[in-house]
Design a protein around this ligand. Structure first.
Ligand code: NAD
Ligand code: ZN
Length: 281
């Protein structure tokens, strides 16, 4: 069976059923936002280079909140300058087509899915969203829109104005970016953990886009789908743990998301149209 006919068979089986799309940094790579792999991920503080896995932690934030904020303000300014690409837009079309049978689970904190037009109700941002901050002391349970905007040069340090803006207006503690750090755990109220597990437990198809499988909830979702015999379509130029899971009952489409996803959504629509025609005749 060729990849195209395998894909066709998967889409036919998924007709009328729930579909979960799981995205990672790869879908935003073509919008100019670097993934964590490669040299762009590294960050210099003083004379040392750090990995994101070291900086993006509560432990590091407790010791050096200024340095952590400087890193996030730089990352956010890249996200703000970026625009959704054809891959993001295809997922808006897919939600329009499937309506409540669609769920989007994203690891990305860049906000591009929501800016492209996916609905906030059906989009679970399991690692948070850099468009928001919250009180680090948790004095109130609310997200605040990120108080600082505009370009932030790599390595730029916080001045008094920025430090003041980044403190809680209720209790005066530091605000923190609304992101899940590597030494923290998923939960439902902030990161939609149970909703994501529930969505994949009900789905007839899991589409995985641009993720290396380095984080736990996405891998758990992949395992749930595989154990249920649910088809997995993995869109990624490279092989990865999801492409290996897809070998059993799915397909690995080896290509960039901005090219593959519009084709995939066209195939979805064609399959739905053909079904409607068949019912009419
Ligand atoms: P990752 O950086 O570990 O892996 C990226 C994956 O995308 C790789 O498998 C790579 O082969 C693939 N890829 C690269 N270009 C692609 C393209 N054009 N189309 C499709 N796939 C492509 O990313 P991850 O698995 O998402 O995990 C890293 C963590 O970093 C996550 O927690 C995420 O929250 C965070 N992160 C987010 C952003 C963002 O918000 N845009 C950016 C970097 C990292
Ligand atoms: Zn507070």
């Amino acid at each position: 069976m060729t990849a195209a006919s395998k894909l066709q068979a998967i889409l036919e089986r998924a007709r009328g059923a729930r579909v979960v799309v799981l995205t990672g940094a790869g879908i935003s790579a073509e919008s100019g936002i670097p993934t964590f792999r490669g040299p762009e991920g590294l960050w210099t503080i003083g004379s040392r280079e750090y990995q994101p896995q070291e900086i993006a932690t509560w432990g590091f934030f407790e010791r050096q909140p200024d340095a952590v904020w400087s890193w996030y303000l730089y990352r956010r300014s890249i996200c703000q300058q970026a625009q959704p690409n054809a891959g993001h837009r295809a997922l808006v079309d897919l939600e329009t087509l499937l309506q409540d049978r669609f769920r989007l689970v994203t690891q990305n904190v860049d906000g591009l899915h929501l800016r492209a037009g996916n609905s906030a109700e059906r989009t679970y941002s399991i690692h948070g969203n850099l468009d928001f901050a919250r009180c680090a002391a948790e004095c109130v349970n609310e997200l605040v829109p990120m108080p600082l905007h505009g370009a932030w040069a790599r390595g730029c340090t916080l001045g008094p104005r920025e430090r003041e803006a980044l403190h809680c207006r209720h209790c005066g503690s530091w605000l923190r970016p609304h992101v899940l750090w590597f030494d923290e755990t998923y939960d439902e109220p902030r990161y939609r953990y149970e909703s994501s597990i529930g969505a994949v437990s009900d789905a007839a198809l899991l589409i995985v886009v641009g993720t290396s499988g380095a984080t736990t909830l996405p891998m758990q979702m992949g395992m749930i789908a595989a154990n249920r015999g649910v088809a997995i379509i993995d869109v990624n130029p490279e092989t990865n743990p999801f492409s290996r899971l897809a070998q059993a009952a799915g397909v690995h489409v080896a290509g960039p998301a901005a090219r593959v996803l519009p084709e995939l959504v066209r195939a979805f629509r064609a399959s739905a149209d053909a079904d409607r025609q068949r019912r009419r005749s």
